[in-house]
Design a protein. Structure first.
Length: 118
């Protein structure tokens, strides 16, 4: 195992930020992530979990800077959440020779993610 990343956020904090700055979603989330969240009853809850996944991935890979559009949360063939990397984030994972394992969770108030780089 190379690294573990964990992140938690208050969902309301993400929802407020997105309300104040609507274009923020385009800077933080890939098109498919935004579409997935928009199909849900409470989009902010799902975007918050994905934001946590991006932060946790950054930590697990030991990246200096969050590159949100280089870290995309997708679903694998079983429907489980997975991380798809692009650009420098993908290069870092390749350099380390790791695969990422993602777990997402949320309650009414909080969203979280854990990423293991192994």
């Amino acid at each position: 195992m190379h690294g573990v990343g964990l992140d938690l956020v208050e969902i309301e904090r993400i929802e407020r930020a997105l309300e104040r700055r609507p274009r923020l979603a385009e800077r933080l989330f890939c098109e498919q992530e935004r579409a997935y969240a928009a199909s849900r009853a409470r989009p902010g809850q799902h975007l918050a979990a994905r934001f946590c996944a991006k932060e946790a991935t950054t930590k697990a890979l030991g990246l200096d800077v969050l590159r949100p559009l280089e870290i995309e949360v997708v679903h694998d063939s079983r429907g489980a959440p997975a991380v798809l990397l692009h650009g420098a984030a993908a290069a870092r994972a390749a350099e380390l020779g790791v695969e990422l394992h993602l777990s997402l969770t949320h309650s009414r108030e909080t969203a979280g993610a854990v990423v293991v780089a192994a």
